[in-house]
Ligand binder design. Structure first.
Ligand SMILES: [Zn+2]
Length: 399
């Protein structure tokens, strides 16, 4: 967060502290002012002033009494989760999700729809805008403040475009941010999907992750990683850091649209897995990913074998990312991890143990995503909420 080559004036420090306290409140749910002072290591007078501002503008509310140490009673405060919200959009290759979330990141309503195979990206964008506006109208009592969007990478924060979406043409020509801003008439914040999910995972973790590095590996219709260092997304120069899906696992492998060969994504995404299962089973009609999930759950040995092969190749990517970044936590998420979570976790953990220095392995925890089925749409909401918390003066002007 702090760049040692940049100066920070008082206003900036104040907004960092305000954002920290709101994030803590989000995580804790209900808290006393004294607890917030302890957690944030800020003076209680600072917390009192902040809470006065937040309560005046409606962002925080008092919620009755809490009983603390030695039976002492104090007033509880929480984020106002009733009156405000954000619109969250997740776009994948074969489906999209649109939802409304409260300012603590809890889902109010989420709709998920498939994208027909030949549908042009411009039509998908139109449908998302229609669905989003319908949801905003449905939640008329809730003021929607901003829009968070999770997109498949590589997404360039410099150009504001998806650089490539393997297997789907045309997305690199779509100015997603401008279109959403024009049609929703709200500020729009875009993040690469794995970064968004990583941020949500970091915010929701029950562990104290201060000074720690978390990597979220999204194994879905593409493969990508979001890296959180000290609470901040690690972006790289163009904003595409963590594009593990385009790291090489076979230098003699088939060419990829990114210019590399034998990219991880082309072996372990849910699309690659579906192709491998279809090649192995040779069914009369091609099996969809959901057909394959059902076969896996019914105990089909061939599907299980292909799934384990996929996990083995994915393990190479996990080892590479651990050796590159030395994270303390690696989280596996998205649709491939939902097929057989425990089996995937066990297989990858065993492989990683075998291929890493014991000291590095001991210091790395590998786990499964916390945020449930669609952690990306939840991540999109957190991206918007993080922006609101970082700029409360803009979204909640003093009254
Ligand atoms: Zn590639």
């Amino acid at each position: 967060m702090f760049n040692p080559f940049v100066g920070y004036n008082q206003e900036k420090i104040q907004s960092i502290n305000r954002s920290l306290v709101l994030k803590l409140l989000c995580k804790e749910g209900v808290c006393s002012r004294a607890q917030l002072a302890k957690l944030s290591q800020l003076k209680q007078a600072t917390i009192t002033n902040m809470m006065n501002d937040f309560i005046n503008c409606g962002l925080v509310k008092e919620v009755g009494f809490l009983t603390g140490d030695r039976g002492r009673r104090s007033i509880g405060v929480s984020i106002n989760n009733e009156d405000f919200g954000v619109l969250a959009v997740r776009i994948a290759r074969k489906n999209y999700s649109v939802g409304i979330f409260d300012l603590s990141g809890n889902s109010v309503i989420v709709n998920r729809r498939s994208i027909p195979p030949q549908q042009a990206p411009a039509n998908t964008i139109e449908k998302i805008i229609r669905d989003g506006n319908r949801l905003i109208a449905q939640c008329e009592k809730r003021r929607i403040i901003a829009v968070g969007v999770a997109l498949p990478g590589p997404y360039s924060t410099k150009t504001g475009r998806i650089e490539i979406m393997t297997g789907v043409l045309g997305w690199n020509k779509i100015p997603v941010k401008e279109l959403f801003e024009e049609h929703f008439r709200l500020p729009v914040f875009i993040e690469q999907d794995a970064n968004a999910a990583a941020l949500a995972q970091y915010w929701n973790s029950s562990e104290n992750l201060q000074n720690q590095m978390l990597v979220y590996i999204a194994i879905g219709q593409g493969v990508g990683a979001g890296i959180i260092n000290n609470g901040e997304i690690l972006r790289g120069t163009e904003g595409i850091a963590g594009e593990i899906g385009h790291t090489c696992v076979n230098f003699n492998g088939p060419p990829c649209a990114c210019g590399n060969r034998g990219c991880l994504e082309n072996y372990c995404s849910s699309i690659a897995f579906s192709t491998m299962v279809n090649e192995a089973l040779k069914p009369k009609e091609p099996l969809s990913f959901s057909d394959i999930v059902l076969l896996m759950k019914s105990g089909n040995e061939t599907v299980k074998e292909e799934f384990l092969k996929t996990c083995d190749i994915l393990s190479i990517g996990v080892v590479n990312i651990i050796n590159s970044f030395n994270p303390s936590i690696v989280v596996l998420g998205d649709e491939m991890s939902h097929i057989a979570p425990k089996l995937m976790l066990t297989r990858i953990t065993e492989n990683v143990k075998e291929h890493l220095l014991p000291e590095i392995y001991k210091g790395t925890k590998i786990s499964l995503s916390l945020t449930g089925r669609d952690s990306m749409v939840h991540g999109a909401a957190i991206v918007a909420i993080a922006e609101i918390f970082a700029n409360t003066g803009r979204y909640f002007p003093p009254v």
